[in-house]
Ligand binder design. Structure first.
Ligand code: ADP
Ligand code: MG
Length: 384
């Protein structure tokens, strides 16, 4: 059992410096894989290091299984951390690297042998136990680093961008490996990354951070479908959500005008009322844009602009378009799109697409019928 609870945790480096972590409140459930996601400098590593006991907590309470551990030294917290640089000992074999921390803790030799053999077997390292790190691939080294954390049999695993040093293919492999190990070990894991794909694929929940604060916590697809504000809307999703600052019609039926226009039929009268005749921020995801009006269906919206870049990715093509008002947006289109830079295009989106945000605060204005509920679901494996 390991429930990690952060209550109003703050961190100021040097006691009086700027706030690196600002009132963070998160409860991480037993066996959960929680991802802390956000841009560089948003306070992810600082949060993780405070949980590990490597950094003092300026204010707030950190508890593990109900016990306050603010002043418990790192070595007594029963937590293991895997860093971006694996820092394996180059002159030691894999087996020695795995055993090192346990020896230092004076774990009995027979117990060390058992734990090293178990971890090696789970991670597929058994045939490599006598090798030195220089004779391992990046992925194998990563597994040794994970194994070194596993042999400690900690109640919580912490990871700080452990895949950043790997090439793209290996990152995918190792990501899947970590997901598998999480299922197998069922331990509480807290994982820091700036990579939204890692967060979406690995996390049972994601905590999006911005400027030291928690922007939103939720299951990956919940956060993707219901971003709390424009920051989260742009941070999750590649390309990021397209955003336009536009006037809401005085009757609240539509937003925008000549070049960008969308229906607001999914928002209640009450939600629209404060914005009627004023500006709000309208968002559309790249995958909801179509060149073919029929694909968007009736009653939707449209964006007119000039193509300034075409990015054929093989499976799909990204079209970067600049509207008359000078706002750039990106459409994710089928691979057979033939548009050329300089061409004028009209992009269409369904009435079910579209997000609305308050112009002053950037906070989402929730729709009565959310985008996810308005989209037809594809059932898999249902009998006819
Ligand atoms: P992230 O891991 O999200 O990139 P960090 O937690 O490393 O962010 O940093 C959060 C903020 O705290 C940044 O503004 C960073 O410059 C600052 N910071 C990090 N470590 C220190 C330190 N040892 N001393 C002073 N400021 C620091
Ligand atoms: Mg960091």
């Amino acid at each position: 059992m390991a429930i990690v609870q952060l209550d109003n945790i703050c961190k100021r480096y040097g006691g009086s410096g700027p706030v690196a972590v600002d009132n963070v409140d998160i409860t991480i459930g037993d066996g959960e894989f929680m991802v802390l996601l956000g841009p560089s400098g948003c306070g992810k590593s600082t949060t993780l290091r405070m949980i590990a006991g490597l950094e003092d907590i300026s204010s707030g309470t950190l508890s593990i299984d109900g016990r306050v551990v603010n002043n418990v030294p790192a070595k007594d917290r029963d937590i293991a951390m895997v860093f971006q640089s694996y820092a394996l000992y180059p002159h030691m074999t894999v087996a020695e690297n795995l055993a090192f921390g346990l020896k230092r803790r004076r774990v009995p030799a027979a117990e060390i042998t058992r734990r090293v053999a178990d971890a090696a077997q789970i991670l597929g390292l058994s045939p490599l136990l006598e090798r030195k790190p220089h004779a391992l691939s990046g992925g194998q080294r990563q597994r040794v680093a994970l194994g070194r954390a596993m042999v400690r049999e900690p109640i919580v695993f912490l990871f700080d961008e452990p895949l950043s040093n790997l090439d793209a293919a290996l990152r995918v492999n190792t990501r899947n490996e970590l997901i598998r190990q999480h299922h197998r070990l069922a331990s509480t894991m807290i994982y820091v990354t700036h990579d939204q794909v890692e967060a979406m694929t690995m996390g049972t929940r994601i905590c999006v951070m911005n400027g030291g604060k928690v922007a939103q916590i939720g299951a990956p697809l919940d956060v993707y479908w219901h971003p709390a504000d424009t920051f989260v809307a742009r941070f999750l999703g590649a390309p990021p959500m397209n955003l336009f600052t536009l006037p809401v019609a005085t009757d609240g039926e539509r937003i925008g005008g000549e070049t960008v226009s969308g229906p607001l039929s999914r928002w209640s009268e009450a939600a629209r009322a404060p914005h009627m005749g004023r500006e709000a921020i309208f968002g559309v995801r790249a995958e909801d844009l179509h060149l073919d009006a029929a694909a968007a269906g009736a009653g939707g919206g449209s964006i007119r602009g000039r193509v300034f870049a075409v990015e054929p990715l093989g499976a799909e093509t990204l079209l970067a378009v600049e509207t008359e008002g000078g706002v750039e947006c990106t459409a994710r289109l089928p691979r057979d799109v033939t548009a050329r830079p300089g061409e004028l295009v009209e992009l269409h989106f369904p009435a079910s697409a579209g997000y609305l945000f308050d112009k002053a605060t950037g906070k989402a204005i929730p729709a009565q019928i959310s985008a996810v509920d308005a989209v037809p679901r594809h059932a898999i494996g249902t009998a006819q």
